[in-house]
Write a protein that binds this ligand. Structure first.
Ligand code: C5P
Length: 217
């Protein structure tokens, strides 16, 4: 069954509430730009001290030397997962993989907020998603971040599949374009489910997490 990763795209106050309220739950916390830029060490330490795994969603996309050095910094920070853009290319991804040690590197293929039309606008074709997933594999990454819509097509790619763009029934997709339901993500073989707004904007985030974990078990 897939693991649940909660995207802490929240204020620092709500993040601390969730970390405290979910102590002992079998979940991973994801920190993105919002909290990491403003609260860096505080949020990292709060997650680690509470005993959770830390997923740092920095989506690195730069030249090989810069990406390698950043990977070392993230590893030294104690993160468990780090995202990198597969569009950074094979050389840069290989540099990251060469220094990752126990840090798990996840390659973002095509963001779940990008529609098929937007892919065309930036010069990507329908095959690009699979090509980028294969690049992640060739570079020695641990997993990929993709939409549930691609899981079928990526079945033969032996990497951890982290799925974003998941919505519970009746939730707005917001800015996400390639969205699937929680049930479909499970059925199609996701290894980790990343969910943000369906949890953090719900009336009772902890009850919502309980419900999701029931579905996952
Ligand atoms: O609120 P929602 O569930 O759409 O949040 C999804 C989270 O996953 C956000 O934090 C976003 O940055 C992240 N993400 C994504 N698509 C990717 C990689 C990460 O939506 N391909």
């Amino acid at each position: 069954m897939p693991r649940l990763c909660i995207a802490l795209d929240t204020s620092i106050g709500q993040a601390f509430e969730l970390i405290g309220g979910l102590r002992g739950y079998p979940i991973v916390f994801k920190v993105g730009y919002r909290l990491f830029v403003s609260h860096h060490r505080n949020i990292v330490d709060a997650i680690k001290e509470a005993g959770f795994e830390l997923f740092l969603d920095l989506k690195l996309n730069d030249i090989p030397n810069t990406m390698r050095e950043a990977t070392i910094s993230v590893k030294d920070l104690g993160a468990d997962y780090l995202t990198v853009h597969t569009l950074a290319g094979l050389s840069a991804l290989r540099e990251c993989a060469s220094v990752k040690s126990r840090l798990k590197l996840l390659g973002v293929t095509v963001l779940t907020s990008i529609s098929e039309e937007e892919m065309q606008e930036v010069g990507l074709c329908p095959d690009s998603k699979r090509i980028l997933a294969q690049i992640a594999y060739r570079a020695g990454l641990d997993g990929i971040v993709c939409s549930g819509k691609e899981l079928e097509d990526f079945k033969d790619i032996n990497l951890m599949k982290v799925v974003a763009g998941i919505r519970l029934d009746n939730d707005s997709p917001h800015d996400q374009k390639r969205v699937v339901s929680l049930e479909d993500a499970i059925r199609l073989g996701a290894d980790m489910i990343v969910m943000g707004r369906s949890i953090i904007l719900s009336q009772s985030p902890i009850k919502t997490v309980d419900k999701i974990l029931m579905t996952l078990s």
